[in-house]
Design a protein around this ligand. Structure first.
Ligand code: ADP
Ligand code: MG
Length: 320
C-alpha cells in the first residue's frame, strides 16, 4: 500500500519555483530518507504533503485518500516533527504532551497513559515535571518529537530533527526512529546529513533545487557511480596550483580540498593513483593517501557537481 502518492507537484513562492514537478511515493513500512542541501525544497515538500501549504498544481494522495477532500482524516494519522522546535516553554514536558494529545482528542486515562508511555519512549520520564528551558538542545528535540508521537500516528514526518544537537541525543533519536519503524510506523526522514540517511533509511530520495534528482536504495544509488573511484591525499601544501594540476589529469572529474586533504574523484580504472602520487610529490610530499568506497555525498556530487554541505567541516558521529 502506498502511504503517499504525490504526482507532478509544482509549488511557487511568488517568482521562486520551490517544487518543480516532484513525484514522490512512500510505501507502507519504509523509512524514506529525503536528502538534500539547504534550500532544496525539502520543507516545502513536507508542508505540501501534510497539507500545511497549498500547491500550484499536481495531485496528492495520502493513505489512499485524495488530500484536499480528506484533510482532517489524514492529519489525524500523521505526526509532523517540524524543523523549528514547536514546544511550549511555559508548560512542563508532561503538560506539553497533554496539550498535543488533547489536540488529537485524547482525554482522561488514555491521555495520561499515552503521555507517560511517550515520555518513556523518548527517554524523558524523569523530566516529566520539568520545563523545556532547563533542557539541553537534544532533550528539547526529543520532547518536540514526543509531541508528534503522542497520538500514535501511522505515518511520521520528521524535518531535520537532529540539527544542532549532541551525538548522544542524535543516536537516541535515530534509535527511536528505528523502534517506531519496527512497530509499524512509516517514516519520512528529512536531513542534509547523508550519514543519517545511510544509518537508518531503507530507501533514499535525493532532492536539489526543487527537483528529485535520484532515488533508490543505498546500494542502487552507489551502483550508479561505481564507474568512479575516490582517492584522498593529504599533502603538506595543498596549493591552488596542485589542485589545478590534478584537475587536468585524464579521467579526473572532481577535485575538492578540505584543509590539507584533497579528494579526487576519477573514472574507475583510470590508473590515476600513480599519476596523483607523482603530481603531489612535486608539491612538498604526501602525508597519507587512501582510496574509498563512494558514499551518498559522492552520488550527490556526481549528479550536481556540488557538495551536499557547504564547508564540509561538520562531522557527524553515528553509532546506531
Ligand atoms: N515562505 C517562503 N517564501 C519565499 N521563498 C521561500 C519560502 N519558503 C521557502 N522558500 C524558498 O524555497 C526554496 C526551498 O526552501 P525549503 O523548502 O525551506 O528548502 P529546504 O527545507 O530543503 O532547506 C528555498 O530557495 C527557499 O528560500
Ligand atoms: Mg528545511
Amino acid at each position: 500500500m502506498l502511504v503517499v502518492d504525490m504526482k507532478k507537484i509544482v509549488k511557487r513562492y511568488s517568482s521562486k519555483l520551490a517544487l518543480d514537478l516532484v513525484d514522490l511515493e512512500i510505501a507502507e513500512g519504509e523509512i524514506l530518507g529525503l536528502l538534500g542541501p539547504n534550500g532544496a525544497g525539502k520543507t516545502t515538500l513536507i508542508h505540501t504533503l501534510a497539507g500545511l501549504i497549498g500547491i500550484d498544481s499536481g495531485d496528492i494522495t495520502v493513505f489512499g485518500m485524495e488530500q484536499q477532500k480528506n484533510i482532517m482524516a489524514i492529519k489525524r494519522q500523521i505526526g509532523l516533527v517540524t524543523q523549528e522546535i514547536t514546544i511550549y516553554p511555559d508548560l512542563t514536558a508532561q503538560e506539553n504532551l497533554e496539550f498535543f494529545g488533547g489536540v488529537y482528542g485524547l482525554k482522561g486515562q488514555t491521555l495520561k497513559e499515552r503521555v507517560a508511555a511517550t515520555l518513556a519512549f523518548v527517554g524523558l520520564s524523569e523530566q516529566a515535571k520539568n520545563y523545556p528551558y532547563t533542557f539541553s538542545g537534544g532533550m528539547q528535540r526529543r520532547l518536540n518529537i514526543a509531541c508528534a508521537l503522542v497520538h500514535r500516528p501511522k505515518f511520521l514526518i520528521m524535518d531535520e530533527p537532529t540539527v544542532g544537537i549532541d551525538p548522544q541525543s542524535r543516536n537516541h533519536i535515530l534509535e527511536t526512529i528505528r523502534k517506531l519503524n519496527e512497530q509499524g510506523t512509516t517514516i519520512l526522514y528529512t536531513t542534509h546529513y547523508m550519514e543519517e540517511v545511510q544509518a537508518i533509511a531503507s530507501r533514499v530520495v535525493i532532492m536539489d533545487q526543487g527537483q528529485i534528482i535520484a532515488q533508490g536504495t543505498m546500494e542502487e544509488l552507489v551502483k550508479r557511480i561505481q564507474h568512479e573511484e575516490k582517492i584522498k591525499v593529504e599533502v603538506a601544501e595543498p596549493s591552488e596550483e596542485l589542485l589545478e594540476r590534478l584537475r587536468k589529469l585524464d579521467g579526473v572529474k572532481h577535485v575538492i580540498q578540505k584543509g590539507k586533504e584533497i579528494q579526487i574523484i576519477s573514472q574507475a580504472g583510470s590508473g590515476n593513483l600513480d599519476r596523483i602520487l607523482s603530481v603531489a610529490k612535486d608539491f612538498g610530499g604526501i602525508h597519507s593517501i587512501h582510496a574509498e568506497k563512494p558514499t551518498l555525498e559522492d552520488v550527490f556530487l556526481t549528479l550536481t557537481g556540488r557538495k551536499l554541505r557547504d564547508g564540509g567541516a561538520e562531522n557527524v558521529d553515528i553509532q546506531v
